[in-house]
Design a protein around this ligand. Sequence first.
Ligand SMILES: Cc1cc2nc3c(=O)[nH]c(=O)nc-3n(C[C@H](O)[C@H](O)[C@H](O)COP(=O)(O)O)c2cc1C
Length: 176
Amino acid sequence: MVLSLLRKRRSIRKYQPRPIEKEKIETLMEVLLRSPSSRSLNPWQFIFVSDPALLAKLGKSKKHGASFLKNAALAVVLCADPQQCDVWVEDCSVAATLLQLAAEEMGLGSCWVQIRLRRHDEAQSAEAFIKDLLQIPDHLAVASIVGLGYPNEVKTPHAAEKLQYEKIFSNIYGNR
Ligand SMILES: Cc1cc2nc3c(=O)[nH]c(=O)nc-3n(C[C@H](O)[C@H](O)[C@H](O)COP(=O)(O)O)c2cc1C
């Protein structure tokens, strides 16, 4: 099942104007909380944003690659406390990936928006902009946002022939 999802999965940035059912949202919450994390420290916290005005503002978090959030039914903001775990970035990345896969299985489309290390403008980081907007406490860092909704675009899966097998080695780097 996971394999077939992985084979057809694409980033979806166009969504139908249709809300996501409460049960599905609850399942997404469960998936996030079941994510493995280093030493099971679970340094993450997740903000589920469905308010259209906030979604529109999240779409302005950075100049490029976030605007599609304004039409998403839901945006999950992934934050973590770096003091709780030194590998919080990895922990958040695992959670975001599982969230996207679970969404795919439920017929939802999704796309990652990178926030960490990105700028809102010259004066402010994308993270600071989002922390202000959503009243996120100072001690938390924002890793990314995943936008979700029922797909309003169809994308062709990546072709098996185009996979970069040249990046895979056997035992020793360079060995095929
Ligand atoms: C770490 C990471 C950061 C990404 N950041 C963004 C982003 O800020 N905005 C965006 O539209 N897509 C973003 N994406 C989605 C990629 O652009 C997308 O996965 C890639 O182009 C491959 O397309 P596919 O997912 O359809 O296979 C990100 C993906 C990853 C894994």
